[in-house]
Design a protein around this ligand. Structure first.
Ligand code: MN
Length: 453
């Protein structure tokens, strides 16, 4: 048995390979033959589990039903793997070797070197990109706090004397989130109402619409095989349990959060909506972009043995660029393009997804196919790399021990508007992509949400 290596490359990563779906051959595109992310299309006859290729979708069940989808040994992939309204637990929990074989089989069918007969038979099933549904039925959702740059910035606002809590460098901090309100890109962001802190001591809190609505740029990890209750994953087992990644926007009501979060953490401030991109990019597609996480600063402790490993040290990170843009009702009216708010490197995280998953199960807790882990807000050390408005404006106008010089609203260049937090009509878009010399660019698509009153 060879060890699972998430950075191992094979034929499917060959950057020279092209597809007969010619739109996939644009070097600047998100969806070349080397990506093939999973998604779910709302079709007239029902939901269809698809892979995206160029500007088209390929529903996979009919391709399997036609006997076209076989591994290198001729063994078929059963149609049932691709049935249902979501990526099925059977698909998500395929063992890594079978996941690789499925990817290879799909790539062969869509390769420019496929026979004319194959291209015609597969091409008959291609669809236009229509309405994409939430790709996974999320069983449980856990959100982490794995960017030390984000944690440090937020900590400086709340506790300038000790920005990071003593546990931060020893374990990936997280909380159990809400799975029922995870939706695919495009879901309207309905401004939540809730309790806000009393204006003065002794007064009652007020109840009303959130006035400090924020986004959080995150990456989501979809769990594949998971683990049994009472059987923690090793760090390597945790890496193997990851099926793929998506973009994730952890919408946050900062005024509600401020009043409710002590002592048990976020609750209503985060449970009204979490938006994910409609595509799940497989760990196999990300293999060329695996890299070490940013080196820990000298003097930081090494992780405890169950969170430390050679594989994770070598390839625990994913070198992805992540970008947030904003448009407002007025900027769209003026025909202005969306304005960039931040861009960050996902490799600059303090904890890897394998470490998050291993830590999650270290108590014996079971992860199941379709569970979702959020990375926490992805920020870098610079102002341009801060992944939420709380950080970008350094906490808006709320009283806390902050340097006044950094309470700067965002200027919307096209209209002269200012933003400390999101107003109705504002639209936030997350984008992500991986690029490096010698590999084809692989993208995550877009994760969009527009605020409605
Ligand atoms: Mn978050």
């Amino acid at each position: 048995m060879t060890r699972y290596d998430p950075a191992a490359l094979d034929d499917t990563h060959d950057p020279a390979r092209q597809s007969w779906v010619t739109s996939a051959n644009d070097p600047a595109g998100d969806f070349p033959l080397q990506n093939l992310p999973w998604c779910v299309l709302r079709a007239e006859e029902g939901a269809r589990v698809c892979v995206r290729i160029g500007d088209r979708l390929l529903p996979v069940a009919p391709v399997a039903a036609a006997g076209l989808l076989r591994d290198g040994a001729g063994r078929p992939f059963e149609e049932e793997l691709f049935a249902g309204d979501h990526l099925s637990p059977a698909l998500l929990s395929l063992p890594p070797a079978r996941r690789r074989a499925l990817r290879a089989a799909l790539a062969d069918l869509l390769d420019a070197r496929a026979s004319a007969g194959t291209a015609a038979a597969v091409g008959a099933h291609l669809r236009e990109v229509g309405e994409l549904l939430t790709p996974i039925r999320v069983g449980d959702y856990t959100d982490f706090y794995a960017s030390v740059h984000h944690a440090t910035h937020v900590g400086m606002m709340l506790r300038p004397e000790q920005p990071l809590m003593p546990n931060y460098k020893w374990l990936p901090v997280g909380y159990h989130g809400r799975a029922s309100s995870v939706r695919a890109s495009g879901e309207p962001v309905r401004r939540p109402s809730g309790q806000r802190a009393p204006a003065a001591e002794g007064e009652a809190p007020s109840f009303g619409p959130c006035q400090m609505l924020d986004y959080e740029l995150e990456v989501g990890a979809v769990i594949g095989r998971g683990n049994d209750l009472g059987a923690p994953l090793t760090l390597e087992g945790a890496e193997e349990a990851l099926f793929g990644l998506c973009l994730l926007n952890d919408w946050s009501a900062r005024d509600l959060q401020r009043w409710e979060y002590q002592p048990l953490g976020p609750f209503l401030a985060k449970n009204f909506l979490t938006t994910i991109s409609p595509y799940v990019v497989t760990m196999e597609a990300l293999a060329p972009f695996r890299a070490p996480l940013e080196a820990r600063p000298a003097g930081d402790p090494a992780p405890l043995p169950h969170l430390r490993g050679e594989l994770d040290a070598r390839a625990g990170g994913v070198a992805a660029r992540l970008r947030v843009t904003l448009s407002t009702a007025r900027s769209r009216e003026a025909g202005a393009p969306a304005q960039r708010l931040s861009e960050a490197d996902f490799r600059l995280m303090y904890w890897s997804f394998a470490q998050m998953a291993a830590h999650h199960t270290s108590s014996g807790c079971d992860l199941r196919p379709g569970d979702l882990l959020g990375s926490g807000t992805v920020s870098g050390p610079t102002r341009e790399a801060r992944g939420c408005l709380l950080e970008l404006t350094w906490d808006g106008a709320v009283g806390s021990p902050l340097p006044t010089t950094s309470r700067t609203p965002i200027a919307v260049e096209a209209t002269g508007e200012q933003r400390r937090f999101l107003l109705d009509g504002d639209e936030v878009t997350l984008e992500g992509w991986c690029e490096r010399a010698g590999a084809r660019r692989v993208g995550f698509g877009r994760c969009v949400g527009r605020v409605v009153g």
